[in-house]
Design a protein around this ligand. Structure first.
Ligand code: AMP
Length: 618
């Protein structure tokens, strides 16, 4: 009878009963002998103590937040540890728990980064075969003025701090605050003045002296910060120097090579250089020959200039590869290489082409990488190509320009096109409208024309002539709206863009930064409106939310509602957000872009197949 009543009682009491039966003396008939009150109290006390010790042990082992019995425990006794002490003890344990979580995350990220690390060096076959390793930067004849050279490092540091210039590297050349102090030829300074450029921007203050000193460089600057001049002015100076010493003969050159991810960007950079070389030769300086090597234009004209000897080549990877393979051009005397928008180039699948291009170099070159975004994947890529590089960073890599007011609006898919018309009223023209899909660009363009809007459009499906005409018309202000795929989002400089409308949210947050960077340039304020709806992936929205918060923009309620990782986890280590794609709303362990790439690799789809959609545009 006694046993059955024990079985029917609650778990807790059964535990008590079991423990009691272990300590009490019970004879075979179940008879319990008499125990004095004093003895019973002593046993009760020792049980309480051992229960309490066991609980403390559990808390310590698990590091969790199990509540310590504070005032009265189950047994009605009072804790001897004060509430404050208990609280600080628990807080310490929770902290330790969090630190171990962060350590775990860090280790996992290191593993991933290690696995995607580029192991093949970016070197020519000859260099690899002979085991040639360059350890010192190239020497140039340029020096900053003596009073700058001899100024204490603390003064240089003050200038960098004032302009928010972050640098990394050994023996960083001093920043130089004016164009005359950079020893640029007078006609160049005058040409700059004519364009209203009188004071160097921060990236120019540090970047131009670094490159003129012969240093390899990674330049990280938001679009519109003036980075084109950082790499074009030095190549002009170097070419002038070369031409003075020994004029370039037939089929000689190029001395400098600038590679851009899109034909339009290459065209724009080429125009900047031509502008300077024209004023220089008009002022009696040696004539410099520059050639634009891009697809969509007959190779014949390019070949002719190359055969006459050329100082500077501005190219897109595809056409450049063609010219090198056909031996129309060689890189035997090329000493200066720039990869503009380097991260875009890697994203677009030009990595293998860049590798091949590197293999054509015959001796050490000065290498400079430029981009608005510089995620780990490109830093890894660059490491083996650079000799004691200087990193110049003005503004976080991948950060949006603070001169852009970013507005994100929830617009249903079917309401977008009508809402676009309303949205165009926000500012006067010129306005840029972006969509990732070529067909959508055509649809929007057609709709705007029907509604009487002066619009033009470009995408990779159109021929080069049409693309150039559209850009020319838009630049000349004959047209108010340019509708484009991301072909127009990389580094293109359209002056005075008032408003960028993202008809769709790019799947890649870096593209978003590039797109909105078409406005708010050169210190002017612009607006960017982005349409989002439930078709946009949540991870992209999280990145967008983090980016808006970083740029101190208004975050709409539907983005605020999204769960985000804690700021501790997002800012783990040196990197904010994802080390692979630079997205601020996630870590590399959840990177959708990396996952997509790994899936593609795993299913062994050929590189060309995977990239055909996007790379065809270029
Ligand atoms: P980029 O970032 O090189 O595409 O340059 C963006 C725009 O800024 C171009 O229109 C340049 O002409 C202009 N720009 C470049 N440097 C300066 C400067 N130091 N001061 C004012 N505008 C500049």
């Amino acid at each position: 009878m006694k046993r059955s009543s024990t079985q029917s009682s609650s778990d807790n009491s059964s535990k008590r009963r079991r423990s009691r039966s272990a300590s009490d003396i019970e004879d075979e008939d179940g008879y319990v002998p008499y125990v004095s009150v004093k003895e019973r109290k002593k046993q009760e006390m020792s049980k309480l103590l051992s229960y309490r010790n066991r609980r403390l042990q559990v808390v310590a082992n698990e590091g969790d937040t199990v509540q310590e019995p504070a005032e009265d425990d189950d047994f009605g006794t009072r804790s001897k540890v004060s509430l404050l002490d208990q609280h600080s003890e628990l807080k310490k344990k929770a902290e330790a728990h969090k630190v171990s979580e962060m350590d775990k995350q860090r280790q996992e990220e290191e593993k991933i980064l290690h696995s995607i690390q580029e192991t093949r060096a970016l070197m020519s076959v000859g260099e690899l075969a002979k085991g040639v390793v360059y350890t010192e930067p190239l020497k140039t004849g340029w020096r900053p003025p003596r009073y700058i050279r001899e100024a204490p490092e603390s003064k240089h540091e003050r200038i960098r701090n004032k302009w928010h210039i972050l640098t990394e590297g050994e023996n960083i050349p001093p920043p130089v605050k004016t164009f005359p102090e950079m020893k640029l030829p007078r006609p160049i300074i005058d040409a700059l003045k004519k364009k209203g450029i009188t004071q160097p921007t921060p990236i120019q203050i540090q970047g131009i002296p670094a490159i003129l000193s012969g240093r390899d460089m990674i330049g990280i600057a938001f679009t519109g910060s003036g980075k084109t001049l950082v790499f074009t002015l030095p190549i002009i100076m170097f070419s002038l120097e070369q031409e003075k010493v020994m004029p370039f003969g037939k089929s000689e050159g190029p001395y400098g090579l600038i590679i851009c991810p899109s034909r339009e960007l290459a065209n724009q950079t080429h125009e900047v250089i031509e502008n300077f070389t024209t004023v220089l030769s008009a002022a009696g300086f040696p004539s410099l020959r520059t050639v634009l090597c891009i697809g969509g234009i007959a190779m014949k004209a390019q070949t002719e200039i190359i055969r006459s000897g050329v100082h500077i080549v501005v190219a897109t990877p595809g056409r450049l590869m063609g010219l090198l393979e056909k031996k129309i051009m060689n890189l035997e005397v090329c000493r200066y290489l720039v990869l503009d928008e380097a991260d875009r180039m890697i994203d677009l699948g030009f990595e293998e082409d860049i590798r091949t291009i590197f293999s054509y170099f015959k001796s050490q070159r000065q290498t400079c990488l430029f981009s608005a975004t510089m995620p780990k994947k490109i830093q890894n890529f660059a490491r083996s190509a650079l000799v004691k590089p200087v990193t110049v960073n003005v503004g976080r890599a991948g950060a949006a320009s603070l001169d852009v007011i970013q507005e994100v609006e929830y617009v249903k898919q079917e309401a977008k096109v009508v809402y676009l018309l309303e949205c165009l009223q926000k500012t006067p023209p010129p306005v840029l409208v972006f969509s990732e899909k070529k067909a959508e660009v055509d649809d929007i363009h057609e709709y705007l024309l029907l509604k009487g809007v002066e619009a033009v459009s470009i995408h990779g499906g159109k021929d080069q002539e049409e693309r150039q005409w559209a850009i020319k018309e838009f630049r000349a202000r004959s047209k108010d709206v340019l509708v484009a795929t991301d072909i127009a989002s990389k580094g293109l400089d359209f002056p005075e863009i008032q408003h960028v409308i993202n008809y769709d949210m790019p799947t890649d947050i870096e593209n978003y930064v590039h797109r909105i960077g078409r406005t708010g340039r050169s210190g002017k304020t612009g607006i960017a409106t982005t349409f989002v709806n439930k078709l946009v992936e949540e991870s992209v929205l999280r990145d967008l939310k983090a980016l808006l918060m970083e740029a101190k923009q208004k975050v709409p309620p539907f983005l605020l509602e999204l769960d985000s990782l804690s700021s501790d986890m997002l800012e783990l280590g040196d990197d904010k957000g994802c080390a692979y794609c630079s997205g601020l709303g996630h870590r590399i362990t959840e990177c959708p872009k990396l996952e997509a790439i790994q899936q593609q690799t795993a299913s062994s789809i050929g590189r060309k197949d995977y990239l055909s959609n996007s790379a065809a545009d270029w």
